[in-house]
Design a protein around this ligand. Structure first.
Ligand code: CAA
Length: 262
């Protein structure tokens, strides 16, 4: 498939490499329109299905991860159209079907749908230049791609209300303090650092990586007791894998593990 709004490449070496998707509408600060979201969904599913890929990175430009859903494409939409087309639901949520880890590499603006897209990824590594916000309130709407639900889970009610009701931005340092991003790195080293993290994940056993992602996601979807039962069963299942034997034997023999992803 050829893409018009994203760049797609693989990085790294070895049995598992990193799939890198770069949002590429620089003139519109990577504003997210339907065509871009269709392409992103297709690229994510293709990497997820590719046995040579162990981890996926979604990046933007230096200036913007993404400045939100495309306002010019949305401005004249009517209620009937957004309902019938399944606006947002139809293509944005493809990300949630991806089983491999997805890391957001965020520099510059991550606003509105851009912030929501970053939050749909499994974790966010931010450049010190990153700015996060849900400014939808300023244009007469509310966040519509999960912002009112994922932001409070990430940063707590008070800060989420502050962000959603005022539309203000928070910088990378505040985002890290609040727990929205996992790490901050200097802007000129963002991609290099994120790819190094992804490369590390690629070298680990895929069965345990997929299981770990699914278990952490359960923490947000049900009561603690059910999450604990799910985690314990998943933990027990991993004792049926060769990677568990290899990982533990390697530790005891003081050597590097050679995971075969089975
Ligand atoms: N949609 C469409 N175009 C956008 C855009 C967006 N979300 N954000 C920026 N652009 C375009 C601008 O219109 C401008 O285009 P032209 O050069 O053709 O005029 C270009 O990108 C550069 O932007 P600015 O000139 O505005 O750059 P700036 O540095 O002065 O400001 C900014 C940067 C603060 C990010 C500002 O562009 C801005 O406020 N953007 C809108 C942010 C926003 O409201 N996002 C939420 C969208 S709604 C949403 O996302 C709904 C949802 O939950 C799913």
């Amino acid at each position: 498939m050829t893409y018009q709004n994203i760049l797609v490449e693989t990085r790294g070496e070895g049995a598992h490499r990193t799939g890198l998707v770069t949002l590429n509408r620089p003139k519109a600060l990577n504003a997210l329109n339907d065509a871009l979201m269709d392409e992103l969904g297709a690229a994510l599913l293709a990497f997820d299905a590719d046995d040579a890929i162990g981890c996926i990175v979604v990046a933007g430009s230096e200036r913007a991860f993404a400045a939100g859903a495309d306002i010019s494409a949305m401005a004249r939409l009517e209620y009937r159209e957004v309902v019938l087309s399944g606006f947002i639901t139809r293509n944005w949520e493809t990300m949630l079907r991806v089983r491999k880890p997805v890391i957001a590499a965020v520099a510059g603006f991550a606003l509105g749908g851009g912030c929501e897209l970053a939050m749909m990824c499994d974790f966010i590594i931010a450049a010190d230049s990153a700015k996060f916000g849900q400014p939808e309130i300023k244009i007469g709407i509310i966040p519509g791609a999960g912002g009112t639900q994922r932001l409070p889970r990430a940063v707590g009610k008070s800060k989420a209300m502050d962000m959603v009701l005022t539309g203000r931005m928070m910088d990378a340092a505040e985002a890290e303090r609040a727990g929205l991003v996992s790490r901050i790195v200097p802007a000129d080293r963002l991609l290099e650092e994120v790819l190094a993290v992804a490369e590390g994940i690629c070298q680990l056993g895929l069965p345990s990586i997929l299981t770990a992602k699914e278990c952490v996601n359960r923490a947000f979807e049900g009561p603690l007791t059910e999450g604990m039962v799910y985690e314990r069963e998943a933990f027990h299942r991993l004792f049926a894998t060769e990677d568990q034997k290899e990982g533990m034997d390697a530790f005891l023999a003081k050597r590097k593990p050679d995971f075969r992803h089975r």
